[in-house]
Design a protein around this ligand. Sequence first.
Ligand SMILES: Nc1ncnc2c1ncn2[C@@H]1O[C@H](COP(=O)(O)OP(=O)(O)OP(=O)(O)O)[C@@H](O)[C@H]1O
Ligand SMILES: [Mg+2]
Length: 358
Amino acid sequence: MGETLRVEGLQKRFGRSVVVAEDVSFEIPGGTYCALLGPSGSGKTSLFNMIAGLLRPDSGRIWLGDQLFDGPGRHLAVERRRIGLVFQDYALWPHMRVWQQVTFGMRPGRRRPKDAGRWLELLRIEHLAQRYPHELSGGQKQRVAIARALATEPSLLLLDEPFSNLDAPLRETLRDELSGLYRSLGVTVVHVTHDRQEAMGTADRVLIFAGGRLRQDGTPEHVYRAPADPVVASLLGAANLITGRLEGARGAEMLVSGSVRLAGTGKGLCAGMPAVAFFRPETARLHPGRPSGSLINVFSARVRRSGWHDQGWRHRLRLADSPQEVVVVGRERLVDDASVWVEVPVDACRILPPEETA
Ligand SMILES: Nc1ncnc2c1ncn2[C@@H]1O[C@H](COP(=O)(O)OP(=O)(O)OP(=O)(O)O)[C@@H](O)[C@H]1O
Ligand SMILES: [Mg+2]
């Protein structure tokens, strides 16, 4: 059964300037499937390596269950951490057959072909038991690497970009199949990825990193709808970010940019501060003329370009009296330069701190 992973005040830097972990703290309850999402270079692999015991933190603590992995004067060796590791490049041993790879981490005396059976079956690779890595496809190698990690019956499974070498349809099939498998085994999973669809589509919890800092931690739906700052908002999908200044605060905050006034939910911001109003393209409504009755969260814009995108028309619009642009998804095509009115529901709008202070 999976155990709780707890990370507290983790610090790590390389040299003077590269900070890969800046006071990182979080807790992942046992059995949770957690994705660790962040852009390239944000420190994900460094964090993976610290949890795995491959990289020693400068300070901070890491626990799995009630066992302290790292702390002042303590650094538990990798092989004593009860962790299954899966790397992007599979890291299979070239001279071992599939069944040998899978039994490698098992207790001595349980390293026979039949001991590999359960795991080969779960990963649907029984027919490959006698092959060597060079006789396998990328997807098959990844299944072997995962079988090998699970066969050690770890309390925590750490995956670093496990699917990035696979093509998109295979990636999707594998991730759906495997997330079901991990859940049925009850293992705690930390899945490192820079692919937001992978993170959002599989995990119960998403931890978002940028610049060595944990920016937000929540369910996929929550972090998508209520991002903590503009960086998180943009990482998780198309985001409209209108910069301005807060005018007042009474539950819903008000942002002014040119003649655009947007009320939305915001936290810890004061009147007079620079701020960013955020909404997703699919949450706004378009009107040919000014909608009657709405005084706030309505503004006029001009169509810069309309194009078909996935499931609807995607319109790039320029605000009437500001150079800022927004993207709104609609049901019909709009002609270039047409004038439209945009309505942003108050509950779809968030007022965020500007990036500099985020
Ligand atoms: N051993 C090292 N020595 C010096 N700098 C390092 C070392 N390892 C990583 N870095 C730097 O630390 C930063 C974070 O690297 P890391 O590999 O943790 O990022 P990542 O989020 O996993 O990126 P990617 O998505 O590209 O894999 C990068 O700027 C990297 O160059
Ligand atoms: Mg990495």
